[in-house]
Structures are given as C-alpha cells and as structure tokens.
Design a protein around this ligand. Structure first.
Ligand code: GTP
Ligand code: MG
Length: 335
C-alpha cells in the first residue's frame, strides 16, 4: 500500500485523452433523443391533467441531470398537492389511464421502496418510470445539472466512471454496490478537491435558489453561467483525471474515517456525522453524504462483501490506468 500511495502518473497519460474523449462522444445522447423524451412527457402531461388538473410532471434522474447516456430510461415525478395523498391509489389510477391510452407494459409497483408506475412508449420505445411527490430528487437533479454546466470535464469524467461501473457490475444497489447518483456525487466531490479546484462548492456560495421540500431546505448558487471559466486555472486533462479518480478511491481515500461531502466541498469525519457504527442496515463502510438530506449516506447499501468487491474494482481500475498499454479497452471489459 505504502509505495502505491506515492504512485506517479504514467508519462504517456495524455495519449489516452483522445480515446477517452471518443468513448465520451459515443455515450453522449443525440439531440433527437431529447426531443423524443419531451414528446413523451407532453403526452403524459395531457393525460395526467385530465384527471389531476393541478398536478405537475417533472423529469428527474439521468434524463434531466445531464449525466444520462444514450438510450437511458426516463424518470418522471408526478407532483400532486393533495392533503392526504394515497400513493398506491394514485398509482393504480394512473396505470389505468396510461393503459387506456395504449401505452405498453404498464405496471404499477405499489410495494417497491419507491413506488412507481412503469411503462413503455410504443412510438419511441422509451421506457419510463413515474413516481409520486419525490420532489427532493427533482431538486438534486437540478443541482447535478447545474454543476455539469460549470466545467465540461465533470460530464466527461462521470460518463467514463458510470460506463466503467456498469461494465464491471458495480452499479447495482440491490447487490450492495453504488447507484449512479452516488457515482456522480463522487465525481463532483473529486473535482471540488483538485488544486486548483475544477468545481466550486455551490452550497457554500451566495444563495440564488432556495426551496424547502419535505422540511429540507435546499439552497445554493445556481447562476452557474456566471462561473463559466471557474476551472480554467487547472489544466488537468480527462486522462489525468480518470487516473487520479481511480487512484484516489483505490489507495488514498480514508475508508475508516472520511465522509465525502459535496455540500461542504470537503471531507467530513464519520465522527462528526455519527456514522461510526452500524445502525439498522446502514453500515457506513463507504460514506457519501447526500447534498440535501444530510443524514442520508448513499453508501448505506454497501455491506461487508460488496465493499471488498468495490475496492478491488477501484484497485483494478487504478492498476490498469497505471500500467496497461490499452486502458480504454481493458477498463471497460465486461465482468
Ligand atoms: P442511470 O439511470 O443509471 O443512468 O442514472 P440515474 O441518474 O437515473 O440514477 P439513479 O437511477 O441512481 O437515480 C435517479 C435519480 O433519483 C437521481 O438522479 C437522484 O435524483 C435520485 N436518487 C437516487 N437515489 C437517491 C437517493 O438515495 N436519495 C435521493 N435523495 N435521491 C436519489
Ligand atoms: Mg435512471
């Protein structure tokens, strides 16, 4: 471990820029995909407003946070302001309405952790999940999208990390590995920590956007167009950043004590979060603080088996980035 901690980046690292950028370009969704998603959303809005005239639909998740690869499913939130919302009843009603309008494979999953209706649009083939009143997810989607506009390297790095995680089977929360949302937060935090910083900490800046959702105050600086050249003083390239990201998670992160926090743009200690021991199913073996729901550790799904799998995958990736003649192939070899 000791000698690995002092690892110096390979000298030919910048030759990997072009192939990494090429991968990024192939993953990026085309503009016409966005248009099709909008079309489906408009149809859904029409159907929903007939039954619930004051309800609103919002896109969230990767179709709206700018970290979605081509052909992703879309996540939609139905926001209903009723005093006493019986989610199951609404989802079943919604499923009926969608089915009657010829949307395909409509299924109401009322007992899931996040209850949803699933459907497929027969015209575009788009798969869609609709949940009810998950407004915090809509707000954290905006935060991620705003960060993505500050420096393009965030989007590039995240696409590569998500592609790696999916290829290697470590983007499966039901198997104890991390969600896409967690990987995006890891990338944002990593770029906040570079010196000079590539990303600022928007929640520590002047508040220009503020909403309170489910008693959680969400406030940050969202006029990101004013920060256009924030990361300019740092000239690290995408290949260097991919190398350093895996190196960090393989050898440098202090798994025993540290919590990564996009909210503060810094590392916190498990001690101050009181995340030092297992409570219920939350084991806190890798700690990623949610930027708004600060009591929420996105690493909570990780258990004593999957932490080993994850760390071995980080080490494998770091090793490939250091020594493999062709990292852009080897890194993404399917598990
Ligand atoms: P892919 O579908 O894998 O491309 O990524 P995704 O960005 O859609 O990610 P994911 O399916 O993990 O999550 C969808 C959205 O739900 C995220 O963008 C978040 O807005 C939200 N979300 C997911 N997990 C959590 C969580 O544990 N807490 C909160 N507050 N929001 C979450
Ligand atoms: Mg999704």
């Amino acid at each position: 471990r000791i000698y690995k901690r002092q690892m110096i980046c390979r000298s030919d690292i910048d030759q990997l820029n072009a192939p990494f950028l090429a991968i990024y370009e192939t993953l990026k969704p085309a503009e016409e995909e966005k248009a099709k998603q909008k079309q489906l959303l408009t149809l859904l809005e029409t159907l929903v407003s007939k039954e619930w005239p004051t309800a609103r639909l919002y896109l969230y998740g990767s179709c709206a946070n700018s970290f979605g690869v081509s052909k992703s499913d879309i996540d939609v939130c139905l926001a209903i302001e009723e005093a006493d919302v019986d989610k199951s009843k609404i989802l079943l009603k919604l499923a009926d309405i969608l089915q009657a309008d010829n949307l395909q494979n409509v299924q109401a999953l009322t007992r899931a952790r996040v209850p949803i209706v699933k459907l497929m649009d027969p015209v575009t083939g788009i798969l869609c999940d609709i949940c009810i009143n998950n407004v915090l997810a809509v707000v954290n989607t905006k935060l991620l999208r705003d960060y993505a506009q500050i420096d393009e390297r965030l989007r590039q790095l995240t696409f590569i990390v998500k592609h790696w995680a999916k290829s290697r089977g470590v983007n499966e929360t039901y198997q104890g590995t991390l969600s896409s949302y967690a990987y995006v937060l890891m990338c944002i935090h990593f770029l906040q920590q570079r010196r000079p910083a590539i990303l600022p900490c928007l929640q520590e800046m002047e508040t220009t956007y503020s909403v309170t959702v489910d008693e959680v105050k969400c406030a940050y600086f969202d006029q990101v167009e004013k920060l256009g050249d924030f990361g300019r003083r740092n000239s690290e390239t995408i290949a260097q950043l991919v190398w350093a990201f895996f190196n960090y998670w393989a050898y440098r992160h202090d798994y025993a004590n540290a919590v990564i926090s996009v909210r503060t743009g810094s590392l916190l200690s498990k001690q101050e979060k009181d995340w030092t021991r297992r409570i219920g199913n939350d084991r806190h073996l890798i700690c990623i603080e949610d930027p708004f729901e600060t009591s929420h550790d996105l690493g909570r799904v990780v258990d004593k088996y999957s932490i080993k799998v994850l760390r071995e995958e980080f080490e494998r990736a770091a090793h490939i980035m250091q020594y493999d003649p062709n990292p852009c192939v080897k890194l993404f070899e399917c598990f």
